[in-house]
Write a protein that binds this ligand. Structure first.
Ligand code: FES
Ligand SMILES: [Fe+2]
Length: 392
């Protein structure tokens, strides 16, 4: 019998799902995976930014050579933030008293202290990997696992269009992950959305649901009728891969990879990659303009009008669907009180997700190996169904 079964109430078990700090079961589990922590385009050479992941304050910076690094958020001297310092070569100098650190976390200079003191000082640093417009980091025990991504070839299309964006929400990460495992919400939350290609393709009838644990995570199949089958592949523990219709009729479908990042227990970030096959120069340019215009939308910037006034944006793909998910997710509270919910038949995916998380956390707590997840590599099989419905 696991320690959870032996000593925990249902409320305790539910709380395990949202706790993300470094000493919690879920925090330890999440640290065994690579996660995107910032967008490449937000980090030009010579720039440093503050970022928070699993409750840990960090500094991500790009050296003048173009190489990204992830180190502690605060200087060990008098603890001020490090991202306000200066990038010098591939090192970062604190703005307060000039201590300088390299990307491996070693102090290379402490001007008022001398070299002997500097040599003894270290800050944390973590491996990073830049890929598809994002900077991924690994915060777990070393050695880091091989960097891997579901269906990398989709995001590496020669001449494909690739856009990366992010949204930061004031709620716990697990609410966002559970939303990915909930196909029924699409029929309602996105109903205002029976507009455009997205609405025609995926909203409407309540679907029949199938959730299957596989080597990578959970495959989700929602069948709304003959020829309307929506499949998404969710990769453990926090990534989803879906295909959605293009912005305009006739545009190619879009592969969307997204990750839900726990900044801390109260804040989460959606990091998204949109990969679109190139077609004609005119269409490509139109799509580029669309992402330039709408890509920086963050529903949290419109919180009051969304939550209090029910006033939604009109753009479908990047704004409206995000805003609808935001209202549903943030509307549950900063941390949903799962002891008060009443799950139904539509929540079978959420129930499976929780069981997997508890199983993996049991292993972490008991010092057993967690599941050796592999990444799906085939590019082809998220079937695009219902093509006639989207033709108009
Ligand atoms: S606080 Fe950073 S050098 Fe003093
Ligand atoms: Fe949604």
């Amino acid at each position: 019998m696991s320690q959870v079964d032996a000593g925990m109430t249902i409320a305790d078990r539910l709380a395990l799902l949202h706790q993300t700090g470094g000493n919690t079961d879920m925090g330890k589990l999440l640290r065994t995976f690579w996660h995107p922590v910032t967008l490449s385009r937000e980090l030009p050479p010579g720039r440093a930014r503050a970022c928070k992941f699993l409750g840990e304050a960090l500094t991500v910076y790009r050296g003048e050579s173009g190489k990204p690094f992830l180190v502690a958020g605060h200087c060990p001297h008098r603890l001020t933030v490090l991202h306000t310092g200066w990038v010098e070569g591939d090192e970062l100098r604190c703005m307060y008293h000039g201590w300088k650190f390299n990307g491996g976390g070693r102090c290379t200079e402490a001007p008022a202290e001398g070299d002997a003191t500097a040599a003894k000082i270290r800050i944390v640093s973590y491996p990073v990997h830049e890929y598809a417009g994002m900077i991924f980091a690994y915060l777990g025990p070393l050695p880091a696992p091989e960097f891997s991504l579901l269906r990398k070839d989709v995001f590496e299309r020669p001449d494909g269009l690739l856009f990366a964006r992010r949204e930061q929400w004031p709620c716990n990460w697990f609410q966002q992950v559970e939303n990915s495992m909930d196909a029924v919400h699409v029929s309602f939350a996105h109903r205002a959305g029976i507009v455009g290609n997205f609405g025609k393709a995926v909203t409407g009838a309540v679907p029949l649901l199938e959730y299957i644990e596989n080597d990578a995570g959970i495959r989700q199949i929602a069948t709304r009728g003959p020829g309307n089958v929506r499949v998404s592949d969710w990769t453990y523990p926090n990534a989803n891969h879906i295909v959605v219709p293009g912005v305009h009729a006739g545009d190619p479908w879009i592969d969307v990879g997204h990750w839900i990042i726990a900044n801390d227990d109260h804040t989460s970030t959606r990091m998204m990659i949109y990969s679109i096959p190139s077609t004609t120069p005119e269409a490509d340019e139109r799509i580029r303009r669309y992402f330039a215009e709408f890509g920086d939308y963050n529903p949290a910037d419109h919180h009051d009008e969304l939550i209090h006034e029910g006033k939604y944006p009109e753009d479908i793909l990047l704004q409206l669907t995000s805003a609808q998910d935001y209202v549903a997710g943030v509307g549950q509270g900063v941390i949903a009180d799962r002891t008060r919910e009443r799950l139904g038949k539509s929540d079978v995916g959420i129930a499976l997700l929780r069981r997997i998380c508890w199983r993996e956390m049991d292993a972490i707590r008991e010092g057993r190996p967690t599941k050796a997840w592999t990444r799906l590599r085939q590019s082809s099989e998220l079937p695009i169904q219902n093509p006639e419905a989207i033709a108009g």
